[in-house]
Design a protein around this ligand. Sequence first.
Ligand code: BEZ
Ligand code: FE
Length: 289
Amino acid sequence: MRDVTPETLTQAFADYAAKAGDARTKEVLCSLAKHLHAFVRETRLTHAEWMAGLMALTRAGEISTPERNEFILFSDLFGVSALVDMVNTPPGATSCSNLGPFHQRGAPPLPDGGDLWKGQPGEVMVVAGRVLDAGTGQGVAGATLDMWQNADNGFYAAQDAAQPAKNYHALLTCAPDGSFAFSTTRMQPYTVPYDGPAGDMLRALGRDAWRPAHLHVIAEAPGYRHLVTELFLADDPYLDRDAVFGVRSDLVVPLRRIPGASAPRHLQAFERLPGTVLHAELVIRMARA
Ligand code: BEZ
Ligand code: FE
């Protein structure tokens, strides 16, 4: 097609896709083209601005490794990852939220009542809760929670050679009624990497790179949808300025300070708990597959 105009270009793109083999692929790509075209028309984007964007993507490719993916970071910082999570959260279920780059496959198994604290520095925290069916409110049998968090110094094990491999990573098997408890240390706020082109965008916008402290969780149970989420602490100062837009109210867990002696008695660390510990209560609602 020749002589396309700003007004006819989007339809021309769709016409070129007439022989697409897969209807959904065609729908998604034509919609993406429509919104990109509208963006250029609306902003009257200059050549220099478009080239700056392309160069940022080029640098994102150069800086990305298997451990650090700058394209995913751009998606997170633009809020696109959060929006994909929001439109894919089933009604009544716990909100989906960021996977982030620090998940490690093959987390060490942790029994119900297990200990991740192991005497390490930080505020001792007992996490207790239940995995429930989002429809019935009944406990879910056979649930596992693949969890990971940072240490008191703000670093995940993969970022910190001083920590043992897979420190604060665990695959917890819940009790048959969906209940679980474990001991750990309080997670800490941290900054997303800002030494690449995504960080340049943050600086250009006067934004900061902080994330509120969180516990990452992948919940799985037979017959239920796989859930990737994270849980935040109610007193965290960064809840309303998460750089990656991951905080939703149902993910913010209330915290109490309790005597160590009133923690669940089946905790492996029960005898070693200090006089007072933080207590976080989690409820995870899973949707049927
Ligand atoms: C994280 O939660 O681990 C994370 C999420 C997005 C970007 C960087 C880190
Ligand atoms: Fe994280």
